[in-house]
Design a binder for this molecule. Structure first.
Ligand SMILES: Nc1ncnc2c1ncn2[C@@H]1O[C@H](COP(=O)(O)OP(=O)(O)OP(=O)(O)O)[C@@H](O)[C@H]1O
Ligand SMILES: [Mg+2]
Length: 496
């Protein structure tokens, strides 16, 4: 593994240089060979589980790594906390992947740092394995996401409500720069670091902005903000496409790269309802399924605020330049969201009328379906998968026509009117509507079983199914049945 360490070459206000904690008995629990191959991780040590456990528990440091804990701040449930940072994570460095892109390799659960506050710096096996499963599922679903290379048991206990076995999860992401990283320097009035961070983030994620020599500083920063907003829109539209609820969309959990990070209290929506919330601490539903776009926009407004001093020295002027980009979020999101729903219904673009006016036939057809799903308490994933199937299966079509009433006929008529054949619609829908999601009750059952038996075969089976979410495998059904209680009693917790 060949590291570069561009982040740790920034000024030391950006991080604390610190080593992961030593652990008692490291044991490799999960290893992601496909990801290792993509990261061009070769060499004998990759075949030596004991050695991998040493490296990915933090007991040994890979050659060339320069471990740091990154500083960041963040708005948590709307309140600003100026001092967060990696309280239980160590960034080892960056590697070049087979796609020519640079990825961070970070250990999480790897011990205390200067940013730990009251925390123990650790992670239990359950949340570590959960992050591995959920992030791999998201990646396979085609949703921008951080991924996991490994989960390593530490052999040490972690004290939560009870004593639990500890683990270190190795996370891979395009970077770990968060909206909260910008807020950290803005709140301190450290404009020099803010500018350095912005330059770093632009080089790393949007090099085309650096290459455009026509832009002055203000324009570069505005282009950057706009590019981050576009990525957030794409991310959230994808979450809504597959029924993902992040659960803790604080600005410290919002990556500039536009990837899903921090899988602490996340969950999947079964029965469609925009108010769906599973996180035990989200008592007011701030991060409910249907609120995610509005929160995404709110988070982008926090990023814009942090960037204001780089946009113009005169605050009013800076606001006047940044504000239209934040307002544009709503329009761009709506467009992307409606297009995504159209795709879920087999239409590659919004119909001509929908493009001209909000509430055109495609948009209202989709809205009507969602309203009906909500009222009839239908499963989101299953309903779209059944609609897909119904295009080639008359029996399914008859059933749906009965269950959904006139809506079904209206949809088929619109497809015909738009000149879209059943085959064309079906192939688009099959690529847009997953038949497999990491259903909450299965994720929990698998984690419980694993914590009791230590046998990872069931996890492997589950992952095999999750890795082909648009295809039914013989063993798929086993992991796709619906929970008896419709997830009404399901709760998630931050993995702290
Ligand atoms: N057990 C812990 N020990 C020390 N710090 C912690 C612990 N758990 C969380 N924190 C810190 O609390 C803050 C918020 O935690 P949060 O649950 O959002 O993040 P996380 O799951 O630790 O990490 P990430 O966002 O990197 O996935 C972060 O600064 C995090 O480092
Ligand atoms: Mg976090």
């Amino acid at each position: 593994m060949k590291f570069s360490n561009s982040y740790s070459q920034l000024d030391n206000v950006f991080y604390q240089r610190t080593s992961p904690a030593q652990v008692s008995r490291p044991q490799l629990l999960l290893w992601n060979q496909e990801l290792a191959d993509q990261l061009l991780l070769t060499g004998d040590f990759c075949r030596d589980k004991a050695l991998l456990a040493q490296y990915f528990s933090g007991n040994r440091i890979l050659e060339g790594a320069d471990p740091i804990a990154q500083a960041y701040a963040g708005h948590q449930f709307g309140s600003f906390n100026p001092q967060l940072g990696d309280g239980r994570a160590h960034l080892l460095g960056e590697v070049l992947s087979d796609n020519g892109l640079r990825y961070d390799i970070q250990l999480k659960g790897s011990g205390q740092t200067r940013f730990s506050r009251q925390g123990d710096g650790k992670c239990a096996i359950g949340p570590a394995v959960r992050e591995y499963i959920m992030s791999e599922a998201m990646y396979a679903l085609g949703v921008p996401s951080s991924r996991c290379l490994a989960v390593t048991a530490t052999g040490d206990l972690v004290f939560r409500e009870t004593a639990k076995p500890g683990a270190v999860v190795t996370r891979v992401a395009a970077s770990h720069i968060r909206v909260g990283t910008f807020e950290y320097f803005a709140a301190r009035g450290d404009l020099e670091s803010l500018e350095a961070l912005t330059g770093f983030a632009i080089n790393r994620h949007f090099p085309e902005i650096t290459l455009n020599s026509d832009l002055d500083r203000s324009q570069r920063v505005l282009h950057f903000l706009s590019a981050v907003i576009d990525k957030q829109i794409t991310l959230i539209v994808n979450w809504l496409r597959v029924g993902f609820i992040h659960g803790v969309m604080n600005t410290d959990n919002t990556a500039i790269s536009g990837e899903t990070i921090d899988f602490g209290p996340c969950a999947m929506m079964g029965i469609y309802h925009p108010g769906t919330v599973f996180s035990s601490i989200d008592t007011r539903g701030r991060y409910a399924f249907g609120n995610q776009a509005a929160i995404g926009q709110w988070n982008m407004a926090r990023l814009a605020e942090a960037l204001l001093p780089l946009i113009d020295e005169i605050p009013e002027k800076a606001v006047a330049l940044a504000e239209p980009l934040i307002r544009q979020f709503s329009r761009d999101f709506e467009q992307a969201y409606q297009l995504m729903l159209a795709n879920k219904l087999g239409m590659a673009s919004l119909t001509a009328q929908s493009n001209e006016q909000a509430g055109g036939p495609t948009a209202s057809l989709a809205e009507d379906l969602l309203a009906q799903m909500q009222e009839q308490e239908l499963d989101y994933t299953q309903t779209f998968a059944r609609l897909t199937l119904s295009l080639e299966n008359a029996e399914e079509a008859a059933k749906l026509s009965h269950e959904l009433g006139p809506w079904y006929g209206k949809w088929r008529t619109l497809l015909t009117d738009e000149g879209i054949t059943a085959d064309t619609a079906k192939s688009l829908m099959a690529d847009t509507n997953p038949v497999v999601i990491p259903r909450n009750h299965h994720v929990e059952a698998i984690l419980t079983e694993y914590e009791q038996s230590g046998d990872s075969r069931e996890i492997d089976d589950f992952l095999t199914v999750l890795r082909t979410p648009y295809k039914l495998l013989p063993q798929t059904q086993k992991f796709q049945d619906l929970p008896a209680d419709g997830d009404r009693h399901y709760r998630t917790f931050c993995g702290t």
